[in-house]
Design a protein around this ligand. Sequence first.
Ligand SMILES: *Cc1c(COP(=O)(O)O)cnc(C)c1O
Length: 229
Amino acid sequence: MSNIAQGIETVKQRILAAAIAANRDPIEVTLLAISKTRPIDDIRAAIAVGQQHFGENYLQDALPKIASLTTEAPELCWHFIGAIQSNKTSDIAQHFDWVHTVERLKIAKRLNDQRPEGLEPLQVCLQVNISGETSKSGIAADEVQALAEAIGSLPRLKLRGLMAIPAATNDVAEQQQAFKHLRQILEHLNQQGFQLDTLSMGMSNDLEAAIAQGSTLVRIGTAIFGARA
Ligand SMILES: *Cc1c(COP(=O)(O)O)cnc(C)c1O
């Protein structure tokens, strides 16, 4: 078994154990393999053991990999998880299935306008800054509802949920507190009539805490592919 196949197996076991501990069905938790900076053969090794969801955050690095794999593995689902500048929206709208990092209406409108007609609506999460000053990315909790409502009128986008990257910490209680906050924001939106089903939260270091707090999608790089160079 390759190291990457082993990494995926280990992560799946962690997801399973965390779901059981939280009284949840492990099938509710999607494993998104974060393949940013990894060579295409690393992605192939993951595909060989059935991995379908891949996340990238550097567009120029991602596009050639997506192009090469489209013919040999058309079933793959590509998620954009990086910062989005205006001049990147066209490529993102054309080549990705999901975007986790929407935080401005202007960007959402561009993605909507540039999403090709023949494709499904782009699946979107809003990135929320739940750790205050420690991270520059994401919108404040009290801005989420207004942006969610505005995105509701964009037919080529489908708002699925929320994403966060909390401040890194090894303190499990702190990890859980941040993830709980994101879940509460999502629950509040659903009480207002939204039908959001996605909490994109949890990375290699904190996936157990995220699953305990309701994560439906964990974004895992290092624990699958090893440390990044
Ligand atoms: C790199 C990255 C990850 C993966 O982090 P690991 O700690 O390597 O699992 C997850 N989410 C985002 C947004 C990332 O940029």
